[in-house]
Design a protein around this ligand. Structure first.
Ligand code: SF4
Length: 219
């Protein structure tokens, strides 16, 4: 079967199986989304949420507010997140860099050419390709498909990218299979599939809703 046809069929099945959140449920303004994404690294969702809410109560979540905040306050707020000391320092540096390099705003993500925006975001402390792409897609609806750990695993098991593909290769493979208007949907649905059936350990091939379209179903 043609890869694009298979990709479309998989998307249809996943759409019927899982709820897709609204963008507003998973993203805020770009700076807040950036802060939340940095906190979420190597941290369970529930602890990310708790740490983020704590931080927003103690500190004004703007580049200026975070740059001027006492590091101890930030650490206390992030205590429930993994690597909280490290993340506190990263967030402070992030806020200062946005002020120094970009005049205290991330508004450039809406208007400048995509490659320039991506390069600027990647120059920020604590911001890797996944975080940059989440900001671009979630906050500015730019045509990029972020690859997190679930999206990466599911994409490879579905045979859309080779097992040793790096971030960019997986992203490009998915972007070529789907239309930009579906990128958010694909990102969220592949995460749902990865969490519920296509888990890292002991994937539930038999119960999986896309097993008849997956080359790894009998692996
Ligand atoms: S059949 Fe198995 S490997 Fe394929 S997507 Fe489903 S759980 Fe993952």
């Amino acid at each position: 079967m043609d890869q694009k046809v298979r990709a479309r069929l998989i998307l249809k099945i996943l759409e019927s199986k899982f709820k897709i959140p609204r963008v507003s449920e998973v993203a805020d303004d770009p700076f807040r989304t950036l802060v939340r994404t940095v906190i979420s690294q190597s941290t369970a969702d529930v602890n990310t949420r708790r740490a983020y809410v704590n931080l927003s109560r103690r500190v004004e979540l703007t580049p200026k507010g975070l740059a001027e905040a006492d590091i101890n306050e930030i650490e206390k707020a992030l205590f429930t997140a993994g690597l909280y000391r490290n993340k506190s320092r990263i967030l402070k540096r992030l806020a200062k860099t946005i002020i120094q390099d970009f005049g205290g705003t991330l508004d450039f993500i809406y208007s400048e050419p995509l490659a320039d925006v991506r390069r600027k975001l990647l120059s920020l402390p604590g911001v890797g390709p996944k975080t940059a792409d989440i900001i671009l897609l979630f906050c500015a609806n730019r045509p990029v498909l972020p690859v997190d750990t679930h999206v990466n695993r599911v994409t490879k098991r579905l045979g859309f990218a080779p097992p040793d593909a790096g971030y960019e290769e997986v992203r490009m493979a998915l972007q070529s299979l789907y239309s930009p208007q579906d990128y958010f949907k694909v990102h969220m649905l592949f995460i749902s599939l990865g969490r519920s059936f296509c888990r890292a350990r002991r994937p539930m091939h038999e119960e999986c809703p896309v097993n008849n379209l997956c080359p790894s179903a009998h692996a």
